[in-house]
Design a protein around this ligand. Structure first.
Ligand SMILES: [Zn+2]
Length: 214
């Protein structure tokens, strides 16, 4: 069964930053424009093709970052958002029936680079969990020059994660299994839910920010 869900939805908006206004157009039209900035350094390792980060679908496509961006947009219909700051609302219509490896991918474009934001439902042993984390579309070395935060908030509660994006050289499964992200049990997630009077539906607001360390 195709693991990408139809019972998990995303409603997103891009935050405008005061010091660095961003385009609020949520469509992916800037994808090619920003790719032009990617001159890359001449380095054989860095030019080694990357696997498609939409790996939950068992996609076997490989290519350079520029090609993968087009592929994600055209073949997987992944949304791209501009800006260093973001806020997403994930809606899980039937969290009581949490399927393993149910996930959602969004692309973020900032600093002329692209990041994969994953939100995934999975079982850790038998406990239903959610995890959110970021992966950098580039090599490991450059990935470490960025940091990010993710914050779940709602109903007077807040939980924050600060991390370093992992390169997409690591599969999303590798990152998930290493638990290198914001992890929350389903039980706890329900306390953050925008509307926990309707326990059938989980609405989780996750905001975050990416910045460059150097
Ligand atoms: Zn693919």
């Amino acid at each position: 069964m195709e693991p990408r869900i139809n019972h998990l939805q995303i409603e997103s908006q891009v935050h405008e930053l005061l010091d660095y206004p961003v385009c609020t157009n949520q469509i992916t039209s800037t994808i090619y424009q920003c790719s032009n900035d990617y001159t890359g350094e001449v380095n054989n390792d860095k030019e080694k093709p990357y696997n498609c980060p939409y790996s939950g679908s068992k996609c076997t496509a490989t290519g350079d970052i520029r090609w993968l961006l087009q592929h994600l947009r055209n073949d997987h219909h992944v949304e791209m958002h501009d800006g260093r700051s973001f806020s997403h609302r994930y809606v899980h219509h039937n969290p009581k029936h949490l399927h393993h490896a149910t996930w959602m991918l969004t692309l973020l474009d900032c600093y002329g680079r692209q990041f994969c934001l994953y939100f995934e439902a999975f079982h850790l042993k038998k406990t239903p969990m959610y995890i959110a984390y970021m992966q950098f579309m580039g090599d490991e070395e450059e990935a470490t020059s960025f940091s990010y935060t993710l914050e779940i908030s709602g109903n007077g509660r807040k939980m924050t994660w600060q991390g370093v994006p992992r390169s997409i050289r690591d599969s999303h499964k590798t990152v998930r299994d290493s638990q290198d992200g914001l992890i929350i049990t389903r039980k706890l997630a329900m306390f953050f839910s925008a509307d926990n009077t309707n326990s059938k539906e989980l609405k989780l607001k996750i905001s975050g920010r990416i910045w460059r360390e150097h």
